[in-house]
Design a protein around this ligand. Structure first.
Ligand code: ATP
Ligand code: MG
Length: 424
């Protein structure tokens, strides 16, 4: 006997029983985006590897350790996308979508990173993200943060903590990089080999370390905020003022950096305390140099990406969203009942687009069919037995209440359902 094949490690099936959380999240996101006039864009899952190495930076973990890259049959290096922004920027450049008025876009779908699978971390995971191009000011940053906040409200997620920081401009960051590197070199004997290597290649990433010992040492490290010049400080102060006016609470975290190299000025994360170690559900920031890195003219951008698996886990824990079950199950027994049931179901669905109706398949006695109706979670059974078929009628039985059954003329069933569909 051959054994069944299992999925690739870290690539999970999303099963029907959790789908209502995913759909609620997708729907709320779509509504929040359209409330701010963001347009959806879909780009390929595979890109030339260069799209990511240029944009994300080859010294980042994402590019150096986590990408699924391979040569295709022509020997060209391709990669499964580890995040959405780089490919999206490739697409907006290729399709001539920049350099005019402000452009607001959103996307969603699977991303791939070769990481160690654990709770809240998988190798195929899903993100929904927003990108706003052509607006360099702090008002754009505030719009993006307001959009996220409104989405959490729609989802009933009240307890996310917003952390913000400023990474300044490239010169400020580079001056700080040298300072931080000097500090880390002074302490190299207290740091593990991995951190020392990171300190040489990409010292800002050390700030992002999840190791408590490294974090303790960093308490005395110099801060980037101290390096910010006047323009960067003004940008950051304006953002905080806008957030105060919007009554959006935030925590300044001067050690917040992002894993990808393209960020500048505002960076932020929304974090939950209810998810254990992988608590960041949404992260983003400003990336004014990314369009240029990808071969365009300099053009400002800001955006975020949320991790859907982590948000779904939060929704599940808060358990405010119920699965959608069928309204009705169509029970059919006796001569001619199969044809009659198929026709009735066809007509009812055509006449009432909201209706969720299950046809009985595989025959069976009344008893067997009612059992299936009960298991389906439907509120009603529509019954076509021999009497009903002879008299051109349908019996309605209420499966979840004590209400008495009804017998309706077949012609009247559609109107009856249309009238009560919202209360079934
Ligand atoms: P982390 O520090 O958790 O690795 P990151 O900085 O690599 O996060 P981003 O690239 O900013 O993450 O991605 C945005 C969001 O996507 C994260 O905040 C998280 O919610 C989600 N995410 C990232 N990687 C994974 C993964 N491997 N599995 C599940 N969700 C993920
Ligand atoms: Mg990561």
């Amino acid at each position: 006997m051959t054994t069944p094949i299992r999925s690739v490690r870290g690539m999970n099936d999303i099963l029907p029983e959790e789908m209502h959380y995913w759909q609620a999240l997708e729907k709320a996101a779509e509504q929040a985006f359209s409330a701010c006039n963001y347009e959806q864009i879909r780009v390929p899952l595979l890109e030339k590897t260069e799209v990511f190495t240029r944009a994300i930076g080859s010294a980042t973990d994402v590019v150096s350790k986590e990408m699924y890259s391979f040569d295709d049959r022509n020997g060209e290096s391709l990669s499964l996308r580890p995040e959405g922004t780089a490919g999206l920027v490739r697409a907006v450049l290729q399709n001539g979508m920049l350099y005019g008025p402000v452009r607001r876009l959103w996307y969603g779908g699977p991303m791939f990173r070769y990481e160690r699978p654990q709770k809240g971390r998988s190798r195929q995971f899903h993100q929904i993200g927003a990108e706003l191009f052509g607006a360099p000011g702090a008002d754009a940053d505030a719009e993006i943060l307001a959009l996220g906040t409104q989405l959490w409200k729609r989802l009933g997620l009240q307890r996310l903590r917003l952390e913000i920081n400023s990474l300044g401009n490239a010169e400020e960051r580079s001056a700080y990089r040298d300072q931080l590197q000097a500090f880390l070199r002074d302490h190299r004997h207290e740091l593990d080999a991995d951190t020392n290597e990171r300190a040489e290649r990409n010292p800002l990433r050390v700030l992002d370390s999840k190791d408590p010992q490294v974090q303790a040492l960093l308490k005395d490290a110099p801060l980037l905020t101290a390096q910010l010049g006047e323009a960067s400080l003004t940008h950051y102060e304006s953002l905080k003022k806008y957030l105060d006016e919007l009554d959006i609470s935030y925590h300044e975290n001067p050690r917040l950096v992002r894993g990808l190299d393209y960020y500048c000025h505002t960076v932020f994360e929304w974090i939950s305390d209810e998810l254990g170690a992988q608590g960041t559900v949404c992260a983003g920031g400003r990336y004014d140099s990314l369009v240029e890195l990808q071969g365009g003219k300099p053009w400002p951008g800001i955006g975020f990406a949320m991790g859907m698996e982590r948000l779904v886990e939060l929704l599940r824990q808060n358990d405010k969203i119920s699965p959608q079950t069928a309204h009705a199950y169509l029970v059919a027994v006796g001569d001619g009942s199969t044809e009659s049931a198929l026709k009735l179901a066809y007509d009812l669905r055509a006449g009432c687009s909201k209706l969720r109706l299950v046809n009985n398949l595989n025959g069976g006695s009344f008893k067997a069919q009612f059992k299936r109706a009960d298991r389906s979670g439907a509120s009603l059974a529509l019954v076509l037995g021999e009497d009903e078929i002879r008299n051109d009628q349908v019996t309605v039985k209420f499966l979840r209440s004590d209400a008495a059954q009804l017998t309706l003329d077949r012609d009247g069933v559609l109107d009856w359902i249309r009238n009560c569909i919202d209360s079934i």
